[in-house]
Unconditional design. Structure first.
Length: 167
């Protein structure tokens, strides 16, 4: 009987090691996926900005050489920082677009989807805007501002009361 238990323990240890290995691979792939989603969002916004400029009659010279100005070490350009929620914080502590999203979610009668948030924050209902907003919603979930009990449905986090105000 001892050899059977020993065999089971060996198999269990091997499977446990494989599970840990796969979890590590998933973490790496998840980080790569987030980086690519971020890149896709930036490219989409850039294209939309160029289209808006063209629609306004601003001449956009696509053949002009691209000049990259050096950025100081540690200096971040064009990034909105979403801080993790802590006791006493309110949506006023967020960058404007994130504040608008949290306020819309707080005012909703129940969980909402990204496509329901987009028009309420003043964006046109287009796939690129919905996906960009979904990314922001996911970021707010990661930082504790919102909850996603069901995939794709966002609600205020149970840790904070909707419309929290700092004293």
């Amino acid at each position: 009987m001892g050899s059977l238990i020993g065999e089971l323990d060996e198999r269990r240890a091997a499977v446990r090691a494989r599970v840990e290995e796969l979890e590590g691979e998933i973490a790496v792939l998840t980080a790569r996926l987030e980086a690519e989603r971020s890149r896709l969002e930036r490219l989409t916004v850039t294209r939309e900005t160029l289209e808006e400029l063209a629609a306004e009659g601003v001449a956009v010279d696509v053949d002009a050489p691209v000049v990259q100005e050096p950025v100081n070490e540690g200096q971040v350009v064009g990034v909105q920082t979403v801080v993790a929620w802590r006791e006493g914080m309110s949506s006023a502590d967020l960058p404007p677009v994130y504040r608008d999203i949290v306020d819309v979610i707080d005012d909703a009668p129940g969980p909402v989807q990204a496509k329901q948030v987009v028009p309420r924050i003043g964006l046109p209902v287009r796939t690129s805007k919905i996906e960009g907003t979904r990314g922001k919603l996911k970021r707010l979930v990661e930082r504790g501002w919102l909850a996603e009990a069901t995939p794709g449905l966002f609600a205020p986090s149970a840790r904070r009361a909707p419309n929290d105000t700092a004293d």
